[in-house]
Design a protein around this ligand. Structure first.
Ligand code: 26V
Length: 751
């Protein structure tokens, strides 16, 4: 292909005379043309992956790589005075997701396209996405993320559907994004947008009139739902997604000549967490409208829908007030009533009912009864679902429960994010690993090869340099290149325990102040957004930012300890941070992190995990063995027993351990209060001392000991490099291609 000619035709001028953004647009158009040419007619049963989030990240480089024209394009641009890296920067990151669940959905559509499955994504087109995080006075503030100026990736389609909300008819318009498969066909992500959405309703920050559903419906992902209007808006968004999605699915089925009462022969719907669970009653409702009887409609929908659980945190298992549902979606209530009635007739056990005594509708319960599969996302997580959290359901439907350990797309997270490492691996073991990541295990034969280990260290150094350059330019912070990069990046949540890391850093700070210096300087890096209304999470961000300032402004300390909080952490930043990491912090309270996927990305890039026996850490541990991971803290059984006993008191640990006491007190002490808001800091200390719901205090001592051991081991660079290599070599299991293949062979059964 003559790339230059292709691009310049679109530009109507030379590449050289075009601005980066113009070249970007022309490249997107080229990508879309190529994708359209690769589409295959949809044959046989089709999978719809329906999700409130798709955290796609920037798409250009990944698409070029998958289409096999990355090098060609790079060269053509360079010959015409442009750099692909600069042009890729012109792309804004689509803000269509929040965290792991959304990023997983993005990895899955990449794998579906790569594997050539008849499968598409279905989601919403949020104009302002989650929010853009800005730090002010050492605190998080939120602004709308105006990524939409980047609408070039969106392809308008002819499809539109009417969705009734609160008795009013609204119009859903469908836009598509092409998803490229690696050296294979392409698939589509279908996103619904409200016709007539009005960006002007957003006034200050991310505040807006929540009542104006006909104007605001697809503005934000997870708008604040602390009041009734917010809850109504969330329900409305969810229904808008599933109603438009269900209409599309039935239309597809009809187009293929399928009978509505045999929907399950033509479609399978994977429900990504509870947000889209209303697709079940909506499909039933639509089938009944088409003349299918209630029994048949329930039967075929139950054979069509499968549900993935991504969390055991009670607040995330959605329960909607019946009255609110009735206000937003009255048409759905007769169906929900019927589904509930059938369950109540069969089971006396209240814990499996759909509508509870407080008139709340349990979305997960509905999805388990009226779907044919329920899966957890890592071995431990599924075991906890079966044996504890959803045990009552497991007893009824043991055959429905299955595990699908999460995965990541190595195309983005290794090939694109870490080209130097990827090229080096190719030199060592050939290119086969690029389409079969299990082949990374061939690297094991180099575990004692000093030249290989030295090269891996060198690549890590280059990635650290790149990150340091970015931090210098964008965050005005200089980090020593010879320091150990210790990174914790993920949503901010108490169960993920960023504050446990903070307690460690306080301890380290105090050690340095008292003249005990680490052998190698430490650079601790965080990236995290806190939900706008989540007070404790925001207090933790405040603590981290104050700590960062404290270390930075103390010349004696900053030589040994730097604390960096990256603003507005997103996929693009993750791609820069992960390849530069030495120590990957995965320190959730055991039993709380369903899987984690960052842990897998770090591992593939040669970082060594410091973590609890939680989520997929457990599987990482069994793959790499004790010597290539640092495990600490209470195990899940112990934690669950502690909750059950109800006798945990953080004060017991605080009183017993002088070091811990000093660290906890430091939070609201003079040094930090001078830099921040003493009320917020005192509130945080008090929360830890009186509640500590996620049990950071009991794990503190072990965490300090094991982390210090990891830092000590880091001193022997060759030994450390061997650990890096072993992690890379064992990471292939976590390819999302493997996960998606398992979904297909166990759940979807696509041809
Ligand atoms: C729940 C809620 C509840 C109300 C407020 C907004 C909100 C937003 C998202 C969620 C669901 C979060 C579920 C989630 O992201 N789970 C993550 O899924 C990953 C992929 O399976 C997994 O690796 C992480 O461990 C899990 O936390």
């Amino acid at each position: 292909m003559d790339i230059k000619r292709e691009l310049e035709q679109g530009l109507e001028k030379s590449i050289r005379d075009s601005r980066d953004y113009e070249v970007y647009v022309s490249l997107v158009e080229l990508v879309n043309r190529l994708c359209a040419g690769k589409e295959q007619p949809s044959k046989g049963k089709k999978l719809y992956y329906i999700s409130a989030e798709f955290l796609m990240g920037k798409m250009l480089s990944n698409n070029l790589l998958n289409l096999g024209i990355y090098d060609e394009v790079k060269k053509a641009l360079e010959e015409n005075g442009k750099s692909l890296e600069d042009i890729a920067e012109a792309e804004a990151e689509p803000s269509l997701g929040n965290g792991g669940l959304g990023r997983l959905a993005a990895c899955f559509v990449d794998s579906m396209a790569t594997l050539g499955l008849n499968a598409d994504g279905v989601g919403l087109l949020y104009h302002f996405g989650l929010f853009r995080q800005v730090f002010k006075d050492n605190s998080q503030t939120e602004l709308p993320d105006r990524w939409g100026d980047n609408h070039k990736i969106l392809i308008p389609t002819k499809r539109e559907y009417t969705v009734s909300l609160g008795g009013k008819d609204l119009k859903a318009k469908m836009y598509d994004i092409f998803v490229t498969g690696y050296k294979n066909g392409s698939r589509r992500l279908h996103l619904f947008d409200l016709e007539g959405v009005d960006e002007g309703v957003v006034k200050q920050g991310i505040a807006f009139d929540k009542k104006k559903t006909d104007k605001n419906l697809t503005l934000f992902l997870y708008p604040d739902d602390s009041d009734e209007d917010g809850k109504l808006l969330r329900i409305s968004q969810q229904y808008f997604l599933v109603s438009a999605g269900a209409q599309m699915i039935l239309e597809d089925c009809e187009e293929k000549g399928g009978k509505p009462e045999e929907l399950h022969k033509h479609a399978v719907v994977q429900i990504n967490d509870t947000h889209p669970a209303m697709v079940i009653p909506e499909l039933i409702r639509l089938l009944i409208k088409k003349g299918v009887g209630m029994d048949d409609a329930i039967r075929t929908v139950s054979l069509t829908c499968a549900y993935t659980n991504h969390t055991i945190l009670a607040e995330a298992l959605e329960k909607w007030d019946y009255g609110l549902l009735k206000k937003a979606v009255p048409q759905l209530m007769p169906i929900i009533d019927e589904l509930d009635k059938r369950i109540k007739k069969k089971y006396r056990d209240k814990s499996v009912h759909i509508k509870d005594e407080n008139n709340r509708v349990h979305m997960a319960n509905m999805a388990i009864h009226y779907g044919f599969s329920i899966n957890g996302v890592a071995h431990l997580h599924t075991e906890i679902l079966k044996n504890a959290e959803l045990n009552h359901f497991y007893k009824i439907y043991p055959e429905k429960f299955n595990n699908k350990t999460n995965g990541i797309t190595f195309r983005r997270w290794l090939l694109c994010a870490n080209p130097q490492l990827s090229e080096y691996i190719e030199k060592l073991i050939g290119a086969g690993f690029k389409s079969d990541f299990a082949q990374l295990s061939k690297l094991m034969k180099y575990a004692d090869d000093e030249e290989v280990l030295a090269n891996i260290i060198n690549i890590k150094k280059n990635n650290k340099k790149k990150l340091a350059g970015y931090l210098e330019k964008n965050c005005d912070i200089t980090v020593p290149l010879d320091s150990v990069f210790d990174i914790q990046i993920k949503r901010l949540h108490e169960y993920k325990r960023q504050h446990l890391n903070a307690l460690y850093l306080i301890n380290k700070y105090m050690e340095i102040k008292s003249g005990r210096y680490p052998k190698t300087p430490i650079t601790a890096i965080f990236g995290a957004k806190a939900a706008a209304g989540y007070v404790m999470a925001k207090d933790i961000i405040h603590l981290l930012l104050c700590l960062s300032q404290l270390a930075r402004e103390d010349g004696k300390v900053s030589k040994y300890l730097n604390i960096v909080m990256v603003e507005n952490y997103n996929v693009t930043k993750a791609e820069l941070l992960i390849p530069a990491c030495d120590i990957s912090e995965q320190i959730s309270l055991a039993s709380k992190e369903a899987s984690g996927t960052g842990n897998m990305k770090f591992m593939a890039n040669g970082a060594v995990t410091l973590g609890t026996m939680d989520g997929a850490n457990v599987e990482i541990h069994s793959l790499v063995g004790d010597e290539n991971i640092y495990i600490f803290g209470a195990k899940s059984k112990e934690v669950m027993a502690r909750y059950k006993a109800g006798s945990y008191d953080p004060k017991d640990y605080y009183d017993k351990n002088e070091k811990l006491k000093a660290c906890v007190d430091f939070i609201s002490g003079e040094a930090l209060s001078k830099l921040g808001d003493s009320k917020k800091l005192a509130r945080l200390r008090n929360e830890l001392l009186t509640k500590d719901y996620f049990m950071a205090l009991p794990d503190f001592e072990d965490y300090v000991e094991v982390k210090d051991k990891a830092l000590d081991d880091y001193e022997d660079r060759m030994l450390w490099a061997k650990k890096m290599l072993m992690n890379i070599a064992k990471s292939g299991y976590f390819s999302s291609d493997r996960t998606v293949e398992e979904y297909n062979s166990d759940i979807w059964h696509l041809g």
